[in-house]
Design a protein around this ligand. Structure first.
Ligand code: PMP
Length: 348
C-alpha cells in the first residue's frame, strides 16, 4: 500500500455546505442573485477554441483585475478560486515544521491547506466572535511563515477596523507573509472595514486575496486572485497548477469585472436585507453579531445542530458548525422570510 504522509491521513476532508435541490436559501454563502445579466448572455459561448489550452499567463484577466484595482498586472496572481490561491501562497512559503497562524473559527480551508503544504496550523481563539489580532501577534514564533487575516471573517461575519489592522501589521516581522482574505469585501461597509489594498498595499509582506465566487456570482466557474508586491507575485505564480483557470473562466471573469456597478447594486440589496434580517433575529431573542458579509452568524452553541435540522425540515439549508454556531446566508427577501418564520417556531 502506498505510504501517505501521516499528516494527510489525519486531515478532515473539506466539507462544503450541503445543497438541497429546490431548497430555499443557499448555504454556500454565494450571491442570491445568480448570474449577472451580461454574464448570462455570454457564458454558454466561449470565444476562441476550447480544444486548446487556456492562456496560462491569463493576460486579459490580469489586465482586467489590475485595472479594477488600479495596480500593475505584475502584482496579480490568479487561481481556480481564491482557495487555490491560498494553496499557492502556502506552498510558496511553508515547509515542514513551519507555522501558519489564523483566527479560529475562520475559513475551514486554512488548516486543511496548511497541513497539505506540510505546515503546522496555529489556531488563535476569536474574542467575542472577532479576530483577536493581539493574540495572533503574540502567537508568532520564529517558525511562523504565514498569517491569514480573514476580514470580514467567515463564518462569524465580523470585521476588524483600520487601526487594529495597521497596528497588527506593524507587529508582524517582514519575513512573515500576511494574507488578508477579503472574500466578502463587497458586502462590507467601507467606513468601518478597511480596504487592505488601500491601507497596506505598499507593505512588502502583505497580500490581499479576493474572489469572484461571492458578490460576482461565479462560484461555479472558479476564479480568485491575490494582489501582492511584484516580487512576491513572481514567485507565487510558480506554485499554480498549470492551466488551472480555464479559458471560459478567464473570459467570463473579464466580463464580470466590467459589471462592477451592477455587482455593487446587488451587494447593496443583500446588505439591506442583512440589516433587516439581523434586526428581526435580535427581536426574536438571538444574539447576532454585526455582520459585514452576506451571511449572519448565530452563536447557538450546543443548539446548533438541532437548529440546522429544524431549518432543513422547513427546506432552508443553513451551515451548522457543531457546538459553536450556525452560518445563515442572506437570500432574497422571500427566502429570508421563510428563515425568519422557522426561527420564530424554533423552541431551542
Ligand atoms: N476565503 C473565504 C473567507 C471564504 O469564505 C471562501 C469560500 N467559502 C474562500 C476564501 C474561497 O472561495 P473560492 O475558492 O470560491 O474563491
Amino acid at each position: 500500500m502506498v505510504r501517505f504522509r501521516p499528516s494527510l491521513m489525519r486531515l478532515p476532508r473539506y466539507a462544503p455546505a450541503r445543497t438541497l435541490p429546490g431548497g430555499v436559501v443557499p448555504a454556500g454563502s454565494e450571491s442570491p442573485h445568480g448570474l449577472l445579466p451580461k454574464v448570462a448572455e455570454t457564458l454558454p459561448r466561449p470565444a476562441g477554441d476550447v480544444s486548446r489550452c487556456p492562456d496560462m499567463s491569463a493576460t486579459a484577466l490580469l489586465q482586467a483585475i489590475a485595472e479594477h484595482h488600479g495596480v500593475a498586472p505584475e502584482r496579480i496572481v490568479v487561481g481556480a478560486g481564491s482557495s487555490e490561491v491560498c494553496g499557492q501562497l502556502l506552498h510558496s512559503v511553508v515547509g515542514p515544521g513551519d507555522e501558519v497562524v489564523f483566527g479560529w473559527r475562520s475559513f475551514e480551508a486554512y488548516p486543511i491547506l496548511t497541513e497539505i503544504a506540510g505546515g503546522t496550523a496555529v489556531r488563535v481563539a476569536l474574542r467575542e466572535h472577532v479576530l483577536d489580532l493581539d493574540a495572533m501577534a503574540e502567537a508568532i514564533t520564529d517558525r511562523t511563515r504565514l498569517i491569514f487575516v480573514c476580514n470580514p471573517n467567515n463564518p462569524t461575519s465580523t470585521a476588524v477596523g483600520e487601526r487594529a489592522l495597521r497596528d497588527f501589521t506593524d507587529r508582524v516581522p517582514e519575513e512573515v507573509l500576511i494574507v488578508v482574505d477579503e472574500a466578502y469585501r463587497e458586502y462590507a461597509d467601507p467606513a468601518l472595514v478597511p480596504d487592505a489594498l488601500e491601507l497596506l498595499g505598499d507593505r512588502p509582506n502583505v497580500v490581499v486575496l479576493r474572489t469572484l465566487s461571492k458578490a460576482y456570482g461565479l462560484a461555479g466557474l472558479r476564479v480568485g486572485y491575490c494582489v501582492a508586491p511584484p516580487e512576491i507575485a513572481a514567485h507565487v505564480c510558480k506554485a499554480q497548477v498549470p492551466f488551472s483557470v480555464s479559458a471560459l473562466a478567464q473570459q467570463t471573469a473579464v466580463i464580470a469585472l466590467g459589471e462592477h456597478a451592477e455587482v455593487a447594486r446587488r451587494a447593496a440589496l443583500t446588505v439591506a436585507e442583512r440589516e433587516r434580517v439581523t434586526l428581526r433575529l435580535r427581536g426574536l431573542g438571538l444574539d447576532v453579531p454585526d455582520s459585514q458579509t452576506n451571511f449572519v452568524w448565530l452563536p447557538l452553541g450546543a443548539g446548533s445542530g438541532h437548529f440546522a435540522m429544524h431549518c432543513l425540515d422547513g427546506r432552508v439549508v443553513v451551515r451548522p458548525l457543531l457546538g459553536e454556531g450556525v452560518r445563515v446566508t442572506i437570500g432574497l427577501p422571500e427566502e429570508n422570510e421563510v428563515l425568519l418564520t422557522l426561527v420564530a417556531s424554533w423552541t431551542g
